[in-house]
Design a binder for this molecule. Structure first.
Ligand code: ZN
Length: 314
């Protein structure tokens, strides 16, 4: 049993400021937590929910039955909404309104809306009034990657709290991972976990293999290997984003900016890339960014890679 806020990694300054505003009395009731995925926004919101629902301490005591139920993720005073499918729909907004109308509950109520950028317009509109003037003792925590996807009307009713990506050191404290993965994770636990999964490692290894062919094999277009691997658009997109990372590293190496190299475990590839002409490398990065977009726009991945190859030949 414990105080959940004590388990949040990083974000200490942000949490401290919020705790102070709660202790000083008028913290606001609707919060919008924004920042990249997988860095602890939801855990922080759960931590504040625990504190708000705790009957014995404003910071949450971590010891009472209420705090215990919160740490188990099930508390009658807490409602967590996540998208069902791609969106948060009207039905879920109704769940929130019903939760707020429950007469049996005494004490504070907390509603966490995860991926709030996916609120569909009807659902958002039905919550507007409540978000604007939540009933006494009701607190909303909306979580989203940035304020951009949030309706201005909701934004203006919220206290916006910006969460920064974690540092490599913070990630490394909690998770044992190779340096390249800590760097490539961009401050996100979620990304770090993905990078370390077996299937993702395989995709990355294939990305290395196929990039090597792309650079060295003049019969690349006749090679079946890459055609098979690029059939799956999503996988193709990830491989291209690894390519961009590798080529950027090679440019850093040419520049002598070794500290900025991310893929430290791929030294042989990075070194051989760095021996290539700078203009060619820049063209690769530029075209690869366009390829990523083309994949996103549903173009045939194999055709896109063919064009990519032809247009970047030295
Ligand atoms: Zn407690």
């Amino acid at each position: 049993m414990a105080r959940m806020l004590d388990f949040v990694l990083g974000h200490q300054e942000t949490i401290k400021k919020m705790v102070e505003s709660f202790e000083n009395g008028r913290p606001g009731q609707t919060f919008l937590f924004v920042g990249p995925g997988g860095i602890g926004k939801k855990l922080t919101a759960m931590g504040f929910a625990q504190a708000l629902l705790c009957p014995s301490s404003k910071r949450g005591c971590g010891k009472c039955p209420s705090c215990f139920r919160m740490s188990q993720g099930s508390h009658e005073g807490l409602k967590v909404i996540v998208p069902s499918g791609a969106n948060i729909k009207m039905e879920q907004a109704k769940e929130v309104l019903e939760f707020l109308s429950l007469k049996s509950l005494t004490g504070n109520r907390v509603i966490i809306i995860d991926q709030a950028q996916t609120l569909n317009p009807q659902a958002a509109n039905s919550l507007l009034k409540t978000l604007e003037e939540p009933p006494e003792g009701t607190f909303f925590f909306l979580i989203a990657p940035s304020v951009a996807g949030i309706l201005p009307t909701i934004r203006s009713r919220s206290r916006i709290v910006q969460f920064r990506p974690l540092t490599q050191e913070e990630l490394g404290k909690k998770v044992k991972a190779p340096t390249w993965a800590l760097k490539a994770a961009g401050g996100s636990f979620e990304k770090l976990a993905q990078l370390q999964e077996g299937p993702e490692q395989e995709v990355r290894e294939k990305a290395v293999e196929i990039l090597t062919l792309f650079i060295q094999d003049s019969d690349f277009l006749l090679n079946e290997l890459w055609r098979t691997e690029f059939k799956d658009r999503a996988q193709g997109q990830r491989m291209i984003s690894y390519w961009i990372g590798f080529v950027k590293d090679a440019i850093c190496l040419q520049e002598g900016a070794k500290a900025q190299i991310v893929n430290l475990d791929q030294a042989p590839l990075i070194k051989s890339l760095a021996e290539l002409d700078r203009q060619y490398l820049l063209r690769l990065v530029q075209k690869a960014l366009q390829v990523e977009q083309a994949f996103g726009a549903n173009r045939d991945p194999q055709l896109v890679v063919e064009e990519f190859y032809i247009s970047t030949r030295p």
